[in-house]
Design a protein around this ligand. Structure first.
Ligand SMILES: Nc1ncnc2c1ncn2[C@@H]1O[C@H](COP(=O)(O)OP(=O)(O)OP(=O)(O)O)[C@@H](O)[C@H]1O
Length: 185
């Protein structure tokens, strides 16, 4: 995919690190500047999640077929569900002249790195796996098994973040100290 316009932003970090919350703040503060690449997922919607806004909720069958038709720039299996970024989702943001923001996992990042999108990469590092666990428990969206799967994935993602991202800090994090997370640019 040849990319024109402002460089996309790829945000990555373990489930529960606070990516979604930080992005909500970003979009609320700069609605004309940044646009969200709405991923497809086969996981069930959580209370409050809106189809087409937070995710395009779909089935494994429909998504596998769409991937085979070449409709996705990347896809990944995370905690027994498929997630993916469609070409249409990215085009929708770019056509509005906004910075396209992708919230994707480590596998998605590795795939995007093989494309010619040339994005900026940001990793949200949680304070510890213990803190992640208590956040995910409090959120109440996971079963014992899916919580364990997310924590196993988190350990791998933290290692990946430590290896491949340089320590940095950007200003809009300062308005969100409650999340106790660091941004790596
Ligand atoms: N298109 C995609 N490709 C790869 N990974 C994706 C994609 N869309 C979402 N993900 C990742 O899948 C993981 C699980 O997302 P999900 O929304 O189920 O959990 P979450 O705990 O709410 O994530 P968050 O950390 O954003 O709060 C997250 O790390 C998210 O970044």
């Amino acid at each position: 995919m040849v990319h024109h316009g402002p460089r996309p932003l790829v945000i990555c970090g373990p489930s529960g690190s606070g990516k979604s919350t930080l992005l909500q703040r970003l979009f609320a503060e700069f609605p004309h500047k940044f646009g969200f690449s709405v991923s497809h997922t086969t996981r069930s919607p959580r209370p409050g999640e809106v189809d087409g806004k937070h995710y395009h909720f779909t089935t494994k069958e429909a998504m596998t077929e769409a991937i085979a038709r070449g409709e996705f720039i990347e896809s990944a299996e995370f905690s027994q569900n498929i997630y993916g970024t469609s070409k249409a989702a990215v085009h929708a943001v770019l056509s509005e002249g906004k910075v396209c923001v992708l919230d994707i996992d480590m596998q998605g990042v590795k795939k995007v790195k093989q494309l010619d999108m040339n994005p900026l990469y940001i990793f949200i590092m949680p304070p510890s796996v213990e803190e992640l666990e208590s956040r995910l428990r409090e959120r109440g969206t996971e079963t014992a098994e899916s919580l364990q799967r997310r924590l196993d994935a988190a350990r791998e993602e933290i290692e990946y973040g430590e290896c491949y991202y340089k320590v940095g800090c950007i200003n809009w994090l300062c308005i969100c100290p409650l999340h106790h997370c660091f941004l790596f640019l």
